[in-house]
Design a binder for this molecule. Structure first.
Ligand SMILES: *[C@@H]1O[C@H](CO)[C@@H](O)[C@H](O)[C@H]1NC(C)=O
Length: 427
């Protein structure tokens, strides 16, 4: 019994020490690498559109409510200017892969962060955080993690940019965020018991400190990502104002729970072809399809994240209205076609046809980034003998986010250093 207590005590101490070291380290990195003071950049208006544009226009069946008609019915040209607001834990790595491939194919200009894979999150986005930014510069695509800041984002993108984002059920998101980021918020360290999340939800106001380090990971994370105040109470007019601001800014708000339908709406909104939107689920957590929430915990999580729940319900309504406008049968047909094409690609590219545990991934280039303390993110093995025509495409479709960013020329020294420190202390 004493041995058991000793073990628990030791592991608790180890956790505390490591946590302290890592938190100090993160703080240090923030101080070293985030340009807190906005450089005094002169205001230079961004062109209506960046110079590059694929010339071809193609026919497609257009629903009455399509926003992108070029005047002639059934005619649209592919959108190349895209702002994708990457929210946390929302299958957005899969979307980034789609955007990276499209951008490469059309030689578009990405606004990337510098040194790491996000724009100094959780600081609000500033255009000075963009890699190699010079006043007057214009980009086609911005899609890395950021805390959304509409006026600054607008300054680096053409005026007709399509703003796209994705939401996830807030209870599931909370569970995922707690699992991934809980340890980065010191306020969770003192939570007793095995099931810290359940204990937290039993009395969230007792454990939650709005001023605590990294507290935003534990309450209304979606609303926070959009640059809003995540500690607002439902009923505060700022909640509705925030939702309206998001609704006015974003042409399409997708839903993780209806990913394939979302992809079809995205295809329609951007006037892209099906080939551009084929994908494999990247960065998926083991058993992620199974909810770990009991109905009681789910109810508590929704109550605790009431603002995110309100946000989600609002865009759930607009989502299904969009699906209806698109045509339910047409949607069902297109989703079936997308699934058929994705399965076809999986058979061509993936060894065994499905994702495997990280330990079973042979090629280190295909290893996904893992959350602290475990190896729960699955990945893929590329098939050995893929024909010439598909080899490159397969590799790109399976390349995890960080490796792809490196290939696109982003230097990730901060992210990599962080990874090395973690492997050094074996966490
Ligand atoms: C989303 O909207 C659909 C269609 O109106 C509805 O059936 C469903 O219950 C809604 N889901 C949520 C979580 O509000």
């Amino acid at each position: 019994m004493f041995a058991k207590q000793g073990r628990q005590w030791r592991s608790m101490c180890k956790g505390l020490v490591l946590g302290t070291v890592l938190t100090s380290f993160t703080l240090l990195l923030y101080c070293l690498s985030s340009p807190q003071e906005q450089l005094d950049l002169p205001e230079v208006p961004v062109a209506y559109s960046c110079a590059h544009r694929p010339a071809r226009t193609h026919f497609k069946p257009v629903s009455e409510n399509s926003h992108h008609s070029t005047g002639q019915p059934g005619l649209c040209s592919p959108k190349v200017d895209v702002m994708f607001m990457k929210t946390h834990k929302t299958a957005s790595s899969t979307l980034l892969n789609i955007l990276f491939r499209f951008g490469e194919k059309h030689q578009l200009k990405f606004a990337f962060p510098d040194g790491r894979n996000d724009f100094f999150y959780p600081s609000p986005f500033l255009r000075s955080q963009v890699k190699d930014y010079r006043p007057g510069m214009c980009f086609n695509i911005i899609c890395n993690h950021m805390r959304f800041n509409a006026p600054e984002v607008a300054k680096v993108l053409p005026a007709d940019t399509s703003y796209i984002t994705i939401l996830r059920d807030p209870a599931e998101l909370f569970e995922s965020s707690f699992h991934y980021f809980g340890r980065l918020a010191p306020m969770t360290w003192k939570i007793p018991g095995e099931d810290k999340m359940a204990e937290f939800l039993r009395d969230p106001n007792y454990y939650f400190d709005p001023n605590g380090f990294n507290s935003f990971y534990l309450k209304n994370l979606l609303f926070f990502d959009f640059g809003q105040d995540n500690t607002l109470e439902l009923g505060n007019p700022q909640v509705e104002e925030g939702i309206r601001a998001i609704a006015d800014r974003f042409q399409l708000v997708m839903m993780v729970e209806h990913f394939d339908e979302s992809i079809i709406l995205l295809k329609d909104a951007l006037c892209w072809e099906m080939d551009d939107l084929l994908f494999f689920k990247l960065n998926a957590r083991k058993d992620s399809t199974v909810s770990k929430l009991t109905p009681e915990l789910r109810a508590k999580a929704l109550e605790w994240n009431a603002v995110d729940w309100r946000l989600y319900q609002h865009f759930n309504d607009t989502f299904w209205r969009k699906v209806q406008a698109y045509g339910s049968q047409r949607m069902a047909d297109d989703v079936a076609e997308l699934r058929r094409r994705n399965a076809e690609m999986a058979a061509i590219c993936i060894e065994g046809g499905h994702a495997v545990d990280a330990v079973n991934i042979q090629d280190t280039d295909m290893q996904p980034w893992q959350p602290i303390g475990e190896k729960s993110i699955m990945g893929y093995n590329l098939k050995q003998n893929i024909d010439q025509a598909n080899r490159k495409l397969c590799r790109k479709m399976l390349t995890p986010e960080l490796q792809y960013l490196t290939e696109l020329g982003v230097n990730l020294w901060v992210t990599k250093l962080w990874g090395q420190v973690r492997s050094l202390i074996n966490w």
